[in-house]
Design a protein. Structure first.
Length: 346
């Protein structure tokens, strides 16, 4: 009889042990992640989140079926609950609790593509950079207006925009505003090679001044990049001869009305440090973020004797260039007649 009892107890213990082992296996390795009810395949852990916040969002936003099993597995993983790593994590349908916790512990998040171009102001830049990041545009704008912070990178409040080279970059979603600027500073240093620095020095221009001139070149020729070295050469000729740059886009930038299609004589008297009809030399800062092509157009400008330019009357986006003012007036009258014909008055 005792033998039977012992066997029965052993069998019962084995059954209980087997059940517990199976239950534990299910908690650890059975699928618990579902994307059928989730609005996004990416899960975001914010920088201020604690473990409870993570569990709440996983369950309330429909990413996991059972929150208790996830918590149990998370508790078994050493130091996970007290070492939450913010980020943007790509989840897969059917992931187990074990795989999910391992993903969060690894901190291996999916990068975000950040693209910015056609930017004129700090506000536009901050909006484009932070659009898909955790930090907000106000944080970045505040930094770009902080003289002490800017000074660390060798810029002032008007030249700081020249640090940013338009392109597409990979960012971690939880990149802070400070880290974003540091990353752009790294890209800036990569661009400014010894060869490019030497070319800027030969022009007697600082790196920021190259960017400012490139912004004017780009504003004057935004359609056909192949013409930018010619435009750059023209402005370099004017600077070397002590002439005013007389660039219409600088007037538009100073006025701040980017819908203007025609600069009139009354606009040329607008009092702004960016008005190159009134002030000799380069304006204090860029009037847009020049692309690498525009920067290279300045550094590798075309040597010629042109000092005047006017948009072609065929509206092709190209320009007529002239060495003399009399020839320039001929081109200008053709273009003005076409503007009037098309009823473009402002």
């Amino acid at each position: 009889m005792l033998k039977k009892i012992i066997i029965l107890v052993l069998l019962l213990g084995a059954a209980i042990g087997g059940y517990m082992a199976y239950s534990m296996y299910q908690k650890v390795y059975q699928p618990n992640v579902t994307l059928s009810n989730a609005t996004d395949k990416y899960f975001y852990i914010y920088s201020h989140y604690n473990f409870d916040d993570v569990v709440h969002d996983l369950y309330e936003k429909g990413y996991i079926i059972n929150s208790e099993s996830f918590e149990w597995v998370a508790e078994q993983k050493s130091n996970f609950k007290n070492n939450i790593k913010p980020g943007r994590y790509l989840l897969e349908d059917g992931m187990s609790n074990n795989a999910l916790v391992d993903l969060f512990r690894s901190g291996e998040q999916k990068a975000v593509k950040v693209t910015f171009n056609n930017v004129r102001t700090k506000e536009e830049l901050a909006g484009k950079i932070t659009k898909n990041l955790e930090c907000d545009s106000l944080e970045l704008i505040t930094l770009l207006n902080n003289p002490e912070f800017i000074r660390k990178y060798g810029f002032n409040k008007t030249t700081i925009l020249t640090l940013f080279l338009p392109n597409t970059y990979q960012f971690n979603w939880n990149t802070s505003a400070e880290e974003a600027v540091a990353k752009m500073a790294g890209e800036y240093k990569k661009y400014w090679t010894a060869d490019r620095k030497a070319k800027a020095a030969a022009l007697n221009l600082s790196q920021s001044e190259v960017s400012i001139l490139a912004s004017i070149v780009q504003a004057e020729q935004s359609v056909h990049s192949d013409e930018r070295p010619i435009v750059a050469g023209l402005y370099i000729n004017r600077m070397r001869q002590g002439m005013l740059l007389q660039s219409d886009p600088t007037i538009i930038y100073g006025i701040g009305d980017f819908t203007m299609r025609r600069v009139l004589n009354k606009h040329k008297t607008f009092n702004s440090p960016y008005n190159t009809y009134l002030h000799k030399g380069l304006p204090p800062g860029p009037i847009n973020l020049p692309s690498i092509k525009s920067l290279d157009a300045v550094l590798n400008y075309e040597h010629h004797n042109f000092v005047y330019m006017c948009a072609k009357e065929d509206f092709s986006g190209y320009h007529n260039f002239a060495k003399t003012y009399s020839q320039h007036k001929v081109y200008a009258r053709k273009y003005q007649r076409e503007l009037n014909k098309r009823r473009i008055y402002n």
